[in-house]
Design a protein. Sequence first.
Length: 87
Amino acid sequence: MGLEGAVRLAYRSELAAIEDEAQRAARYEELVAKMYEHGKAVNIAPFLAFDDVVDPADTRHWLVRSIRSLPPTPPRAGKRRPNIDPW
């Protein structure tokens, strides 16, 4: 669910209580803007125990660095497929 849907669901009764459509739309836009400001990754990351927020432009660099830091896979011993099913 997007933030817009979350605002409509969470503030449904508050928005329904506003009779003027222009005021209701203004309050809705205010709540959505507040949620976008509060829902940025930099604000949410500490609560979800992320160590850092990665800039999307640096994603490839960090993925390659993570994969290269893994220990090498041990060489295969024995047959690749020990059992062959003829069916």
